[in-house]
Design a protein around this ligand. Structure first.
Ligand code: AR6
Length: 180
């Protein structure tokens, strides 16, 4: 089941994001940038130690206390098919006063901005914050689709944006709630 939106620039898919053949995949990281569980663990396992080395270097040079929520940084893709990994930190739901939605939208916008700066034509996102960070999936669907729609209407690239869900149920939930 693949479903597309916004003149086929956005495609919803079920799968494992580490297997996607795109220029960049996005990692739902944490502020340490040093790995974790969920999609973050899967990306570091599949991508190998080069990604972690670059993350350590980014921490040392730019973010000694960690990457703030909503921001994004880029590394190479190591052993992945993707040439780049864009690491962003989603909000832990309920921990940001009333700023959760704004911060989740920032993750998508800042990741897409980095994609443009790096001439990335195709990018795959996981469903940021909807696992360990507890963001309700229906709300995340509305926020992420609106953030992507705003970006796509103002930018020519990336040409392809994949939204990868880990289960058919999650993909269907997204399709029901999206606001493209
Ligand atoms: N491919 C696609 N989606 C996946 C994959 C995969 N291989 N694995 C999990 N998902 P989460 P968060 C989905 O918890 O909520 C980590 O420990 C999953 O079903 O990975 O942003 C980090 O280090 C869910 O819908 O990210 C942070 O500490 C979505 O990806 C923290 O978790 C996001 O779930 C970040 O939490």
């Amino acid at each position: 089941m693949n479903k597309s939106f916004l003149s086929e620039r956005v495609i919803v898919k079920v799968g494992d994001i580490t297997k996607e053949n795109v220029d960049a995949i996005v990692n739902a990281a944490n502020l340490t940038l040093l790995g974790g569980g969920g999609v973050d663990g899967a990306i570091h396992r599949a991508g190998g130690s080069n990604i972690l080395d670059e993350c350590r270097e980014i921490r040392r040079r730019k973010f000694p206390t960690g990457l703030p929520t909503g921001e994004a940084v880029i590394t190479g893709g190591g052993n992945l098919k993707a040439r780049f990994v864009i690491h962003t930190v989603g909000p832990v739901y309920g921990l940001n006063k009333s700023r959760d939605a704004e911060l989740l939208a920032d993750c998508y916008k800042n990741s897409l901005d980095l994609a443009v700066k790096n001439n990335i034509q195709s990018i795959a996102f996981p469903s940021i914050s909807t696992g360990a960070y507890g963001y309700p999936k229906h709300k995340a669907a509305q926020i992420s689709s609106e953030a992507i729609k705003n970006f796509v209407t103002q930018n020519q690239t990336p040409k392809i944006i994949l939204l990868i869900f880990f289960s058919e149920t999650d993909a269907q939930k997204f399709i029901r709630q999206q606001n493209f």
